[in-house]
Design a protein around this ligand. Structure first.
Ligand code: TMP
Length: 206
């Protein structure tokens, strides 16, 4: 059995990644359906019953920064063990709305947790495991903040300042520059149609 592929979507809140997830999933399904495989769509924090309970706490409850990072990785361990690893092993593909790049960007870049601590947790929880492909939706913080302003009541992260999101964005871009073969960076200020054209190329190339 050929292992499936693991694809993640990333970006600061308001970058617009969620708009593209459903459409991208359909393109992936079309690509792999003839081989009898399917696409498992999931998200972090979350993706399992325990992970969704942790998400509720993480997005709404003030907590110590290290607790926050540990809970993100605890939810991830559960997600890997119950959802991601079994799906890939049976040959399905997994499309996740965020993964560990988000912890480096938010808890590391945004909140300032030292990178070596996050790297230690990443090694513990994932070993050397990384997505096969990560699509990073990149936008300037002022564009993201306008987009966030248009939605419902903000959660704990969505209420953060532009400077927080500036540091978060910078860490995402640093991670992308560090692993250029894994990342595709999309200028998410473009129109939905132009972004879909780029994503179409991404689907053909994997
Ligand atoms: P979402 O709104 O894109 O579903 O993501 C949930 C929020 O959680 C988002 O504001 C980013 C944040 N987050 C982290 O701070 N660290 C992480 O490791 C993950 C996965 C998400």
């Amino acid at each position: 059995m050929v292992r499936g592929k693991f694809i993640t979507f990333e970006g600061i809140d308001g970058a617009g990644k969620t708009t593209h997830l459903g459409w991208f999933r359909e393109r992936l399904e079309e690509k792999i359906a003839s081989g009898g495989r399917s696409v498992v769509m999931t998200r972090e924090p979350g993706g399992t019953a325990l992970g969704e309970s942790l998400r509720e706490l993480l997005l709404n409850q003030p907590m110590d920064l290290e607790t926050e990072a540990l809970l993100m990785f605890a939810a991830r361990r559960e997600h890997l063990a119950l959802v991601i690893e079994p799906a890939l092993a049976r040959g399905d593909w997994v499309l996740s709305d965020r993964f560990s790049d988000a912890t480096f960007a938010y808890q590391g870049g945004g909140r300032g947790l030292p990178r070596d601590k996050l790297e230690a947790l990443e090694r513990w929880v994932q070993g050397g495991f990384q997505p096969d492909l990560t699509v990073l939706f990149d936008v300037p913080t002022n564009v993201a903040s306008e987009r966030r302003g248009a939605v419902r009541a903000p959660d704990k992260f969505e209420s953060e300042s532009d400077s927080f999101f500036g540091r978060t964005r910078a860490e995402y871009l640093r991670r992308a520059a560090e692993s250029p073969d894994r990342f595709v960076v999309i200028d998410a200020t473009q129109s939905v149609v132009d972004i879909q054209k780029k994503l179409e190329k991404v689907v053909s190339s994997i």
